[in-house]
Ligand binder design. Structure first.
Ligand code: PEP
Ligand code: MN
Length: 352
């Protein structure tokens, strides 16, 4: 249930709503909006109509409504305004264009520093790089681990770019969190609920990739685990899904972008590298992602893609990324006025 307080509600009135919820064995999450606070009052078996009426009648309450969707804190029903995630000097969401770029895997100091400087010079806003790699084959390169994290932190020092890197299991969270600015949850772990709880407890920015076969609802419910653990700094990443089509590595579900903009306040990033698996498809699908209203892209870049230890076929060269970054900035400027925020009052129904 979502309880909206009137703007002039007092701390005592807010406290009384909280107390009633706690007495009913329900959890309370609060969101400060422009028109006052909203409380999400949540319990495993939902809220009865009687309780809903009881809350609606409490002093200072503007409305009390039961949720219409299975995810709660991720929903626009709870929070209208787009979530803006702050990562050092960078912001993700809220109209900004985020360009996350870097190698699939960190391979060596020279390789990482060359890419890091190249993408920084091209205007990337975050540096990506995998230290712990979830590989389909146990015989494939599994990443440099802790040494990779140390190199990433050095690359951040040199370039000033915040870093995003994957964490694969709950036991790794503290170690990865010590180095990373954004924790990435990979596609294979979208429903690793103990990992979602663990990153939720960190309060650090997290990017949750869509599961290979995850529906949008399952994805938002996975996001809900992180939000319910108390972490509001969350980003979603569409990275392609498994379909009957085999011509590309995966199928980039661009429908997800406008759907998510309507359903959730969380920022949405598109990863055309893992979605396509082909270098020559990365630019067109990046254009499409930004044009569809994504808050940015994540792309893989390598100084010599043909020598990459992982995902070389889909990695851009540094000059290719430099060109792409400029093109995406132009597209973003062009499309921004076309996208009303679906949560904003007066949003055009034809545009969003
Ligand atoms: C990655 O971004 O490094 C990665 C492994 O991607 P995904 O989880 O989308 O396959
Ligand atoms: Mn990769």
């Amino acid at each position: 249930m979502f309880v909206r307080m009137i703007k002039a509600a007092t701390a005592e009135q807010l406290g009384a709503v909280r107390e009633r919820a706690v007495a009913a064995g329900l959890a309370v999450y609060e969101e400060q909006g422009a028109t006052g606070s909203t409380l999400a009052i949540l319990g495993p078996s939902g809220v009865s109509a009687t309780l809903e009426q009881e809350f609606a009648a409490l002093p200072g309450v503007a409305s009390a409504k039961r949720a219409t969707r299975p995810y709660r804190l991720a929903s626009r029903e709870f929070r209208d305004a787009p979530t803006v995630v702050k990562v050092r000097d960078a912001v993700i969401g809220g109209g900004s264009l985020t360009l996350m770029a870097g190698p699939c895997s960190i391979e060596s100091r020279d390789q990482l520093f060359e890419v890091a400087q190249g993408v920084a010079d091209a205007g990337a806003t975050l540096l990506r790089g995998g230290a712990f790699k979830p590989r389909t084959s146990p015989y494939a390169f599994q990443g440099l681990g802790l040494d990779g994290l140390r190199l990433l932190a050095e690359a951040r020092e040199r370039t000033g770019l915040p870093i995003i890197t994957e964490v694969m299991e709950p036991a790794q969270v503290d170690m990865v969190a010590e180095f990373a600015d954004v924790l990435q949850i990979g596609t294979r772990n979208m429903q690793n609920f103990s990992l979602l709880n663990a990153v939720g407890r960190t309060r650090m920015p997290v990017m949750l990739k869509r599961g290979l076969s995850g529906t949008i609802e399952e994805w938002l419910l996975a996001a809900e685990y992180i939000l319910a653990a108390g972490n509001t700094q969350l980003i979603l990443c569409e990275r392609g899904i498994r379909t009957f089509e085999t011509a590309a590595r995966n199928t980039l579900d661009l429908n997800a972008v406008p759907i998510l903009r309507r359903l959730t306040h969380l920022p949405v990033i598109v990863d055309p590298s893992h979605a396509t698996g082909k270098r020559w498809m990365v630019a067109p699908m990046s254009y499409a992602g930004v044009a569809a209203g994504a808050d940015g892209i994540m792309v893989e870049v390598h100084p010599k893609p043909e020598e990459a230890w992982s995902d070389g076929e889909q990695s851009l060269t540094i000059p290719m990324f430099q060109r792409l970054a400029g093109e995406l900035r132009s597209i973003h400027t062009l499309v921004t006025p076309l996208h009303d925020d679906p949560g904003a009052a007066g949003a055009s129904p034809t545009k969003s």
